[in-house]
Ligand binder design. Structure first.
Ligand SMILES: [Zn+2]
Length: 410
C-alpha cells in the first residue's frame, strides 16, 4: 500500500501495542486504516483501547464519521463506520514573501485556500515592518474567510533565503540583508496577536523553494519519491522532496544552487562573482534586457515580457535555461528525481527548452530515462500551499498530538 508522503505509519504502529491517539490519527489521516477494526488490526490494540483513544480525538473535534456509510470490517462481523480527519475544527494562516511582493492566505487543514491576498511588501524594509504588516493582512483575511482568529492553529511562512529549521531564522540571506538571524517566529506570532487579539500560535518558517516543492509534490505528484523544484525569479533556489519529506541538509542549505559558480565574471548579490544567479536569474535577464534599452528591472518584468511574447526576452530566457540546465545535469545525476519542476518568473517554454537542451545533453541517460521536466502546477500559490501543509504536518504529527489533546482538556 502506498500512503501519503510523510506518513510515519510504517515506523510507528504496525505490530505495536502502545500506539497512541496521535498514531491512530495518523493512520486515519494517511488512509492506512479508517475503521475501528482496521485500527485494531494495524496496531494490535484491543477494541476497548482503540475506542478510548478515538473518543479523545472525537471530543477534540479532530475526527468525524465518514459520510460514505459502513464498510466491511477486516476483522469480519458487522460492517464498520469509516473515520476521517475533521478539517473543520481549525484553519491555518500562510504567507509567501518575495523580494518586493507577498501573498498571504487562510487555508483549511486539508490545504484548500479559503481567502487570499497579494500585494506590495518590500523585504528591504526590514523584518519588523514586513512581519507587522503581514499581521494586519492576516486579520483582514480571517474576516474575509469568515473565520475567528481563535480558530487559527498555526502560521507558516516562506522566505527567499536559507532557513535554519531548528530556530526558524534565516542564515546569511543574500537578498534579505537585514533579516540575518532575526526572530521571525516571535515577531510574526506577536503581529498576529496585535492585529487579531487572539492568543499566540506556533509559527513555522522555511525557504520558499522548499515549501513550493513540498506543496507541488503533495498536490500533483504524491507518489514521486524524489522530486526537485527549481525556482527562478529574483534569485535561483531548489527544493528537494525525498520520500515525502523536504530534504534540508544539516544546516538548511540543501538546494541553494543559485550560488554555484559557473565561471562567468558577473557580480552576484551574495558578493561573489560568477554565481549561477548572477547570470541566469530573472534579475540577471532583466539587467541584460535593460542594457539593450528594454524597460525591465526585475524578474516579474521579465515574466510580463515573456507573457507578451517579447522575442528578446524569450531568447535570453532560453539562454538562461541552458545555463541552469547545465547545473541541473549534475543535480539530476546526483538525485535521479522522477520530476524536475521549473517554477518562478522565468518558468515558461523558452526557459524550459533551454533547460532540456543542456540537461539531456549532459546528464547520463539513466538519470533522465524516467524524468519528467515540467512547469509549476500551483503557480503563485505553491508556497502558500506548502507553508500550510508544513504547519498541519507539524501540529498533527503523532509526537505532538498527546500534548495538544491534554492542552484541550480531552
Ligand atoms: Zn551568489
Amino acid at each position: 500500500m502506498t500512503g501519503r508522503p510523510g506518513s510515519r505509519t510504517g515506523r510507528t504502529t504496525r505490530g505495536s501495542s502502545q500506539a497512541s491517539a496521535g498514531e491512530l490519527l495518523e493512520l486515519v489521516r494517511s488512509g492506512h486504516a479508517t475503521t475501528r477494526g482496521a485500527l485494531q488490526q494495524a496496531t494490535g490494540l484491543s477494541r476497548a483501547t482503540v475506542g478510548q483513544r478515538l473518543d479523545r480525538l472525537f471530543r477534540a473535534g479532530w475526527l468525524r464519521e465518514g459520510a460514505g456509510g459502513p464498510v466491511d470490517s477486516p476483522l469480519g462481523g458487522r460492517p464498520s463506520i469509516t473515520l476521517e480527519f475533521d478539517d473543520a475544527h481549525a484553519v491555518v494562516l500562510a504567507a509567501d514573501l518575495d523580494t518586493r511582493h507577498a501573498r498571504a492566505a487562510v487555508l483549511s487543514l486539508t490545504g484548500e485556500i479559503l481567502a487570499e491576498h497579494s500585494g506590495t511588501l518590500v523585504i528591504e524594509d526590514g523584518p519588523d515592518a514586513v512581519l507587522g504588516e503581514l499581521g494586519r493582512w492576516f486579520g483582514e483575511l480571517l474576516e474575509k474567510a469568515g473565520h475567528r482568529a481563535d480558530e487559527v492553529c498555526g502560521i507558516g511562512i516562506a522566505v527567499p533565503g536559507p532557513v535554519d529549521s531548528e530556530t526558524g531564522r534565516v542564515v546569511q540571506p543574500p537578498i534579505m540583508p537585514d533579516w540575518d538571524g532575526y526572530d521571525i517566529r516571535g515577531r510574526l506570532a506577536r503581529a498576529f496577536t496585535e492585529h487579531t487579539g487572539a492568543a499566540q500560535v506556533p509559527v513555522l518558517v522555511d525557504n520558499d523553494a522548499n515549501l513550493m516543492a513540498y506543496g507541488e509534490q503533495r498536490t500533483a505528484y504524491p507518489d514521486c519519491s524524489a522530486f526537485v523544484l527549481v525556482k527562478v525569479s529574483t534569485g535561483i533556489g531548489a527544493g528537494v522532496v525525498v520520500d515525502g519529506s523536504v530534504f534540508r541538509g544539516v544546516d538548511g542549505g540543501a538546494g541553494d544552487i543559485g550560488h554555484i559558480r559557473v565561471g562567468a565574471d558577473a557580480l552576484c548579490r551574495c558578493g561573489s562573482y560568477g554565481c549561477l544567479a548572477a547570470v541566469a536569474s530573472g534579475g540577471a535577464v532583466a539587467r541584460r534586457l535593460a542594457e539593450t534599452g528594454v524597460p525591465a528591472a526585475s524578474g516579474s518584468d521579465v515574466r510580463d515580457l515573456l507573457a507578451s511574447g517579447h522575442p528578446g526576452a524569450a531568447a535570453l530566457a532560453r539562454e538562461a535555461g541552458r545555463q541552469v540546465g547545465d547545473v541541473l545535469a549534475t543535480v539530476v545525476t546526483l538525485l535521479n528525481p522522477g520530476v524536475l519542476m521549473i517554477a518562478g518568473d522565468l518558468a515558461g517554454t523558452p526557459f524550459l527548452t533551454g533547460v532540456r537542451e543542456l540537461l539531456y545533453q549532459r546528464a547520463l541517460p539513466r538519470s533522465t530515462a524516467h524524468l519528467d521536466v515540467v512547469t509549476s502546477r500551483l503557480g503563485e500559490r505553491a508556497g502558500l500551499v506548502g507553508a500550510g501543509a508544513m504547519v498541519v504536518e507539524y501540529l498533527y504529527a503523532p509526537e505532538r498530538v498527546e500534548e495538544r489533546l491534554r492542552a484541550l482538556g480531552v
